[in-house]
Write a protein that binds this ligand. Structure first.
Ligand code: SF4
Ligand code: SF4
Length: 315
C-alpha cells in the first residue's frame, strides 16, 4: 500500500456510484493559474457525440442521483445542449460547472436561458468577492464578466427559485493555504456579494487546491511545493475518509476513459486494479466496487475539513 492508503487504513474502496461526473473537454476561454487540468483556449480535446451517447447509456444503467458536467468550459463543447436535453428527457438531475465568463463568449450568450429552461443546477468558480484577487488568479476581465453573468442568472431566478440553484466555488490563493471554514466563509460571501454587487446564490463550496497541473507548477516556481505537501499530510483528518468523493462517483474523460475523479484524470491515472478503464468495456459490478487509484495528491482531499467537488466533506 502507498502512503495515502496506509494512512487511511485502506486501500480506498468505492461504495456505489451516486454521482456520474462527465468531463466534456479541456478547452476553456480562460487559463487560470490554479487549474488542475491545465485547460486553456489552446486545448482542443472535446467529447464527441458518440462518446456522449455512451455516457447516456451508462447513466441509464447506473441511475445516478446527479450528473455533474465539467470541463474546461463545458459551454464550449458543441454537443452540450444535446446532452443536457437527453439527460432531462430521462429525468436525471444535473449540474454544470461553469466559469461564468464563457457565457459571454460569442455564440454562447443564450446559455443562461437554456440552463434555466432545462433546470440545470450551476456550480460557478468565484475564488474571491474582491476583483483584484480574482484577476490575479483568473486574469483580465474575468471578474466583471462573472458579475455580469451572475446578475443575469439571478434575473432568471437562479439563487431564488426552486430547481434553479447556483453554488459558488472558493479556492485558496496559490501557496501553503487550506480553505477557511466553509460555513463561516459562506456568510461573508453572501453578505459581500449582496452588498457589493446585488448578487445572491445558494451555497458556497470551498475546495482545497490539489497539488498537480498548473497549480503545482506555480507552487514550485514559488518554492512552496514541499511546504504545501507537508501542510496537507500534517492536516490529515481520518473523519473525512468515508466521504471521499471517489468512493461515491465515477469520472468520465472527454475520450471515454474512466477515472476515480477529475484529479486522477488530470494525472492520467484511469481506474485500475483490474477494472476496465474505457466506457465501452466497462464492467459495472467491478466499477461500483473498485479499488480507487490513490497517490500523494489525495492528501488534499483529507486535509482539515476535507475537500471534494461538492465542497468541504465535514460541513
Ligand atoms: S480552472 Fe476552470 S475556468 Fe480556469 S482554466 Fe481551468 S477549467 Fe477554465
Ligand atoms: S484525489 Fe481523487 S482519488 Fe484521491 S482521494 Fe481525492 S477524490 Fe479520491
Amino acid at each position: 500500500m502507498n502512503e495515502f492508503d496506509t494512512k487511511t487504513g485502506g486501500p480506498v474502496i468505492a461504495d456505489g456510484i451516486d454521482i456520474l461526473q462527465v468531463n466534456v473537454g479541456l478547452t476553456c476561454n480562460q487559463a487560470c493559474i490554479h487549474c488542475h487540468l491545465s485547460c486553456s483556449p489552446a486545448r482542443k480535446e472535446s467529447m464527441s457525440w458518440e462518446t456522449m451517447k455512451q455516457v447516456l447509456a451508462l447513466a441509464d444503467q447506473i441511475k445516478p442521483s446527479m450528473v455533474d458536467i465539467t470541463g474546461g468550459a463545458p459551454e464550449l463543447n458543441a454537443h452540450l445542449k444535446d446532452l443536457i436535453v437527453r439527460l432531462k428527457q430521462r429525468g436525471f438531475a444535473m449540474q454544470v460547472r461553469t466559469n461564468l465568463s464563457a457565457m459571454e463568449e460569442p455564440g454562447l450568450t443564450d446559455f443562461p436561458e437554456f440552463f434555466a429552461d432545462n433546470k440545470v443546477g450551476l456550480v460557478a468558480s468565484m475564488p474571491c468577492y474582491l476583483e483584484e484577487n480574482v484577476s490575479a488568479m483568473r486574469g483580465g476581465k474575468c471578474f466583471s464578466s462573472s458579475v455580469s453573468v451572475l446578475r443575469k442568472l439571478n434575473e432568471l431566478g437562479y439563487g431564488t427559485q426552486d430547481g434553479l440553484t447556483i453554488d459558488l466555488v472558493f479556492n485558496p490563493a496559490v501557496g501553503p493555504n487550506l480553505p477557511p471554514s466553509q460555513s463561516a466563509l459562506e456568510g461573508d460571501y453572501k453578505r459581500e456579494m449582496k452588498e457589493r454587487y446585488d448578487i445572491v446564490f445558494n451555497r458556497l463550496l470551498t475546495i482545497t487546491n490539489v497539488p498537480i497541473g498548473r497549480y503545482m507548477d506555480e507552487l514550485k516556481e514559488k518554492g512552496q511545493d514541499h511546504q504545501y505537501m507537508e501542510l496537507l499530510t500534517e492536516s490529515f483528518n481520518p473523519a473525512t475518509v468515508d466521504g471521499l468523493m471517489c468512493r461515491h462517483q465515477v469520472n468520465i474523460g472527454w475520450d471515454g476513459r474512466l477515472y476515480d475523479c477529475d484529479f486522477n484524470q488530470a494525472l492520467g491515472l484511469p481506474v485500475n486494479h483490474g477494472t476496465p478503464d474505457r466506457i465501452e468495456d466497462l464492467d459495472l459490478n467491478q466499477l461500483v466496487h473498485r479499488q480507487v487509484v490513490t497517490g500523494r495528491h489525495c492528501f488534499a482531499c483529507t486535509a482539515g475539513a476535507g475537500s471534494s467537488c461538492g465542497g468541504a466533506i465535514q460541513k
